[in-house]
Write a protein of this length. Sequence first.
Length: 364
Amino acid sequence: MTSITPRLDALLNTESFQALAQERLSTLAFDYYRSGAWGEWTLQANVDAWKEISLLPRSLVDVSRRNLSCELFGMRLPFPLLIAPTAMQCMADAQGEVATARAAANAGVPMVLSSLSTRSIEDVVNASSADVVMQIYISSDRGFTKSLAQRAQSAGCKALMVTVDTPVWGVRERDIHNGFCVPEGMSIVNLQRPGQPTGHSGSGIGAALGWTIDASLTWKDLDVIRQAVNIPVMVKGILRADDAERAFDHGAAAVVVSNHGGRQLDGAAPTARALPAIVERVAGRGPIIVDGGIRRGVDIVRALALGANAVQVGRPILWGLAAGGEAGVARVLQILFQEFDIAMALSGCAELSAVTADLICPSP
């Protein structure tokens, strides 16, 4: 197991890592990681919406032995959590995504690797004995996107996660104010194109990486990617029930209920509020994963009670990485597991199947 230093062990929740991360990160990096679009309403609403969900715990249930594990596409999860794709992790730690992969492997937690990573797909897969999923955008260079998907499969990634909520980049005012660009000496290595400009400069993410997305994206493009590989393809960035249904109609293996961490459309629904309608529409067709604002183990219980099969966590992982590298990520995962375990016991649930909708206290 990853060694956790006494200082990290003293941090008791994921929020406590953010202050330590801020001390260690440049303003450019810290603001890039924490920022949301425009006024950052959705960024905050994601967190608040989970807090608004009250639970009705069951009493006098034998929870002395608890089984928190589950399976997703043949991937065995120790508890229903994946590390969400987050970009440019070498800004937080010199080992970047490789450090995160090692911590994830020690915890047995699957990692979703961002296509905007600063370590190669092959380096990350080789560093992890746990499962790695590759996140991609469908760019204006469709041939490059297809080859990237096939490269991920060849490297050993267990699934693809296609992000579909970015026809254009959301406006992140902190990045524009800071003149964000990829720091000198770093590279978004998986997006290098021979003989083509990489676009790793400019003010704000839109100017830096505009070619990596495309406003003409349609469901037909998803079909092309799905047919190009033999591994499951998940669709990330779904907030509408009808879009979730379309995703499964087009062969998606799972949907990820997500608003991009509040970084795209400010004013988009928080994921906790969007989730129930999606579950009602498509439950049983495939796994439903949710991210956005999950900060505590009890939030995972809330998500499962609303019908999700698993959750993704992003920013807390970045704060752990910045605070303590591999050991920091390990400590964040340890905290989330321990909180979830205790929340399950206190809810009267010895296994995941016991987390049902009747645990949710009806709204007044």
